[in-house]
Design a protein around this ligand. Structure first.
Ligand SMILES: Cc1cc2nc3c(=O)[nH]c(=O)nc-3n(C[C@H](O)[C@H](O)[C@H](O)COP(=O)(O)OP(=O)(O)OC[C@H]3O[C@@H](n4cnc5c(N)ncnc54)[C@H](O)[C@@H]3O)c2cc1C
Ligand SMILES: *[C@@H]1O[C@H](CO)[C@@H](O)[C@H](O)[C@H]1NC(C)=O
Ligand SMILES: *[C@@H]1O[C@H](CO)[C@@H](O)[C@H](O)[C@H]1NC(C)=O
Ligand SMILES: *[C@@H]1O[C@H](CO)[C@@H](O)[C@H](O)[C@H]1NC(C)=O
Length: 510
């Protein structure tokens, strides 16, 4: 009896990204039938967003399945829907471990227009990779000699290069250090942070990689969203309906025509309201940082407010550029730009407006060429990236063209067209993805994920639940982390109402 009532409960999911869609799918498959998704924008997918440059498909948001192997639910779904290349699905590629970094067949250029040999850059990248590995190990050891990854890398690199590279010619040593500045900027893109000085050293190892050679969706990541949406009832989503305030704790009384009362009322910007027994909030951490004061009434408890403020959410943007001919080698996978003056390990520019472009560490080459033509994807993180978003596209194109001409020494290189992402200016995201900032730990992520009312309250349980990329300790910042978090909150409701848990809680009362 109680179980049947549970299946009748009204569940509202705020946000139609992959975490919200995953939660809806799981709830419906367990018999809950009053499920509604409310989405601010006119589309589903959130930060999974496929766009076009000319006739080519490009990913404005997520690009790779990180760690495509059986443990990864996004990989399993993509295989099930038949969305991947045969090559991505081989056993061999599922067992490769890349440790979360892009392929490294580099073309290196310097700011004086010279091509650098990979051998020259080898020692710097070996030292850098080693230092990052050391950073990851502080999580298990529980020690933290300095507060941030940036401070550790800078300190250790300065110390070790002074010792180990003592006998190198001064200009070689300078170039190695400049190379490491570039690698720090690359790391800012991976973490989605302004500077590695903001990323917590002890927490850096919380992020877990899965085995598998990162792969992409030949038809676009959004294909996955379309397949998942097809399995949901047609009209389950209210689009273009930004949620303004979630009134919970019976703070607004609303009775349905059938005489039922609901502890929660979801109020939208449009004035429309949705009564609910449970709400699963999946809005990005960037949105929560901006709107945490008004999104809930009564407001979020202080513990949550503090964790939302402490956790990191930064910007990483892509700039796609198409060329008539390549200026890179046929086997090149990543193009790196090394500023020769950056010998004191820096990952921020001195003046954002004047020199934001120095933050762009380089480009990945989109492969295979038969599919993309000669297309590059530039990467830029931090405040410099946020400033770039505010410039007219033509100005961005001009700046990057000048940059490429300078580094290659070829004054005729001209991109055909460009397309850039603008995640910081997206009013429903305010940035790209989560990182664990200085002073944060798994504790903060647990607090973000904690449902309301908090334990110990004697009001109706599980009124407001929290999912989304930011709420998984090991896989924050990824699509699979987001999907798992949606499933987790759906399971929380499912087990809350399941007959076995009902009898257990009844038993304990008797
Ligand atoms: C540039 C970039 C590159 C990335 N690359 C990768 C990658 O290669 N691999 C990978 O695994 N991950 C990558 N990610 C991360 C990945 O895209 C996200 O972790 C994941 O898509 C997040 O899903 P989500 O459901 O948690 O949030 P979202 O997809 O952001 O969904 C949240 C939804 O909530 C909606 N919303 C917000 N406010 C409101 C409101 N008030 N009312 C109603 N709706 C609201 C939003 O419009 C959005 O649709 C990348 C992200 C970015 C930005
Ligand atoms: C693994 O993937 C890469 C990139 O798609 C591909 O070139 C390679 O052939 C694959 N390996 C196998 C064994 O299929
Ligand atoms: C929720 O309502 C109860 C009962 O009215 C009240 O005691 C409690 O303080 C409220 N909780 C919050 C967070 O406002
Ligand atoms: C995060 O994902 C991992 C991998 O499935 C899972 O073991 C863990 O329970 C998840 N954590 C949370 C808090 O959802």
């Amino acid at each position: 009896m109680a179980f049947l009532q549970g299946l009748d409960s009204h569940i509202v999911i705020v946000g139609c990204g992959i975490s919200g869609i995953g939660a809806a799918q799981k709830l419906l498959s367990h018999g809950f039938h009053n499920v509604r998704i409310i989405e601010a924008t006119g589309r589903s997918g959130g930060r999974i967003r496929t766009g076009r440059l000319g006739d080519k498909i490009v990913e404005i948001g997520a690009n790779w399945i990180h760690g495509p192997s059986q443990e990864n639910p996004v990989f399993r779904l993509a295989c099930q829907y038949n969305l991947l290349d045969e090559k991505s699905m081989t056993e061999e590629n599922q067992s490769v471990d890349v440790g979360g970094h892009p392929p490294f067949v580099p073309d290196l250029f310097s700011s004086s227009g010279k091509r650098l040999s990979p051998e020259l850059a080898g020692p710097a990248s070996a030292l850098f990779t080693g230092l990052l590995q050391e950073c990851q190990e502080f999580h298990a050891s529980g020690r933290e000699p300095v507060p941030s990854v940036g401070e550790y890398v800078k300190r250790e690199a300065a110390r070790r290069t002074a010792e180990e590279w003592r006998d190198e010619p001064a200009d070689t040593r300078a170039l190695q250090l400049a190379m490491m500045s570039m690698l720090l900027k690359l790391e800012c893109c991976i973490s989605g942070t302004h500077t590695m000085d903001d990323v917590g050293l002890g927490a850096f190892g919380m992020y877990k990689t899965l085995p598998g050679l990162d792969c992409t969706f030949p038809g676009g990541y959004e294909g996955l969203i379309h397949c998942m949406m097809k399995e949901l009832p047609k009209d389950i989503v209210s689009y273009n309906t930004p949620v303004k305030c979630i009134h919970w704790n019976d703070s607004v009384q609303r009775t349905s025509p059938s005489g039922r009362t609901f502890p929660v009322l979801v109020e939208c910007e449009s004035g429309e309201t949705f009564p609910a027994d449970h709400v699963i909030v999946t809005v990005p951490l960037g949105y929560l940082k901006k709107h945490q004061e008004t999104l809930l009434s009564p407001p979020l408890p202080l513990s949550k407010v503090h964790s939302i403020q402490r956790m990191g959410f930064g910007t990483n943007n892509k700039i796609f550029m198409e060329f008539n001919e390549p200026f890179w080698d046929p086997d090149c996978e990543t193009i790196f730009f090394v500023w020769e003056d950056e010998t004191d390990l820096v990952d921020v520019v001195p003046n954002v407006e004047m020199s934001w472009i120095k933050k762009l560490f380089g480009f990945t080459v989109l492969k295979p060429t038969e599919r993309y033509g000669h297309m590059l994807c530039g990467w830029i993180a931090g405040h410099e990236s946020e400033y770039m978003e505010s410039l007219p596209e033509a100005e961005v194109q001009q700046s990057i063209t000048e940059l490429i001409r300078r580094f290659t020494g070829n004054p005729t290189i001209t991109p055909k067209r460009i397309l850039r992402s603008q995640w910081y200016h997206d009013p429903y995201t305010y940035g790209s993805y989560t990182y664990v900032a200085k002073g944060c730990s798994e504790y903060d992520i647990d607090i973000l994920a904690e449902p309301l009312p908090l334990k110990g309250s004697n009001t109706k349980p599980l009124q407001v639940l929290f999912a989304g990329e930011a709420t998984n300790q090991s896989f924050f910042s990824t699509v699979h982390g987001a999907l798992l978090s949606g499933w987790r909150e759906a399971e929380r409701l499912i087990s809350h109402y399941s007959p076995s848990s009902y009898s257990v809680s009844l038993g304990s009362k008797l």
